[in-house]
Design a protein around this ligand. Structure first.
Ligand SMILES: *Cc1c(COP(=O)(O)O)cnc(C)c1O
Length: 232
C-alpha cells in the first residue's frame, strides 16, 4: 500500500505538471501561478505532509473545521491560510483571527465585520472580492456590477489589503468563457486599485482554463488529496 505522504507527493507532482503545461501553452511563467491546496475535510496531518512537500498555501472553507485545524499545524508559520468558503457576518471575527487571506468577501456587511475582526486580532488581512459568474448559481459572490464598489470599500478599510478577485466557474457551461468574464472584471478593478493583481480561479477540473485566462492563484483540492470524505 502506498503511504499517505507518497500518495500526496505523486498527486502534487501531477498537478504541478498540469500547471506547467498550461502555463507553457499560455506563454506564461509557471512561477507566476500560486497553488493553493484546498485541504477542507482532510486532517491537519495531511497539511503537515503537504508542508513537508513544499506546499506553502492552503485553503479551507468551513470556519469551525479550519480554526481547529490551523491550531494543530506543526509548522503554522510556514503556511499561508486562505479562507475560501461562504462567510457569515457573525463568524467573520473568528476567521480574521486565523486566516491570512480571505478570498470570499462578497458584501459590504462582511467587509465591515472582517475589518473589525482584523483590528481586534491586531492583524492586517489580504482580501479578494468574490465574483458571481452565474447569477442563478447560488455559490456566493457579488454580482459583477457590484464588485467595483465592494473593492473600493475593502480598499478603504484600515485592516484589510485589497489583493484582487476570486470566482468559482458555474456548474454549467464553458469554464473558459466564465474565466474570461472574471478576467475583464479583474482588469476593471486593477484600473482603480493597481495593487489588486490576484485572480483566484480554477480548481481540480478546470485549472487549465483558468491559467489560460490569467489566473494567478489556483485552488486545488480533489486532484491532490483525493475524494473528500463525508464530514463528521
Ligand atoms: C472545495 C473548493 C475548491 C477545490 O475544489 P476541487 O474540485 O476539489 O479541486 C476550490 N474552491 C472553492 C471555493 C472550494 O470550496
Amino acid at each position: 500500500m502506498t503511504s499517505r505522504p507518497d500518495e500526496l507527493a505523486g498527486n502534487l507532482a501531477a498537478v504541478r505538471e498540469r500547471i506547467d503545461a498550461a502555463a507553457t501553452a499560455a506563454g506564461r511563467p509557471a512561477g507566476d501561478i500560486e497553488l493553493v491546496v484546498v485541504t477542507k475535510y482532510f486532517p491537519a496531518s495531511d497539511v503537515d505532509h503537504l508542508v513537508d512537500l513544499g506546499v506553502r498555501h492552503i485553503g479551507e472553507n468551513k470556519d469551525q473545521e479550519a480554526r481547529a485545524k490551523v491550531g494543530e499545524l506543526a509548522r503554522r508559520d510556514e503556511v499561508t491560510v486562505h479562507f475560501i468558503g461562504q462567510l457569515q457576518s457573525k463568524k467573520v471575527g473568528h476567521v480574521a483571527a486565523y486566516a491570512d487571506v480571505v478570498q470570499s468577501v462578497d458584501r459590504p456587511k462582511i467587509v465591515r465585520a472582517l475589518d473589525r475582526g482584523a483590528e481586534r486580532a491586531g492583524r492586517r488581512l489580504d482580501v479578494l472580492v468574490q465574483v458571481a459568474l452565474d447569477a442563478a448559481d447560488g455559490r456566493g459572490g457579488a454580482q459583477p456590477d457590484d464588485v467595483g464598489s465592494l473593492a473600493d470599500l475593502v480598499g478603504e478599510a484600515g485592516h484589510l489589503h485589497l489583493r484582487g478577485v476570486m470566482a468559482v466557474a458555474p456548474r454549467e457551461g464553458d469554464p473558459r468563457a466564465a474565466f474570461a468574464r472574471l478576467r475583464s472584471v479583474a482588469d476593471g478593478i486593477r484600473a482603480r486599485h493597481p495593487e489588486a493583481t490576484w485572480v483566484s480561479a480554477g480548481m481540480s477540473g478546470d485549472l487549465e482554463e483558468a491559467v489560460a485566462e490569467g489566473a494567478t492563484h489556483l485552488r486545488v483540492g480533489t486532484a491532490i488529496l483525493g475524494t473528500r470524505p463525508p464530514l463528521g
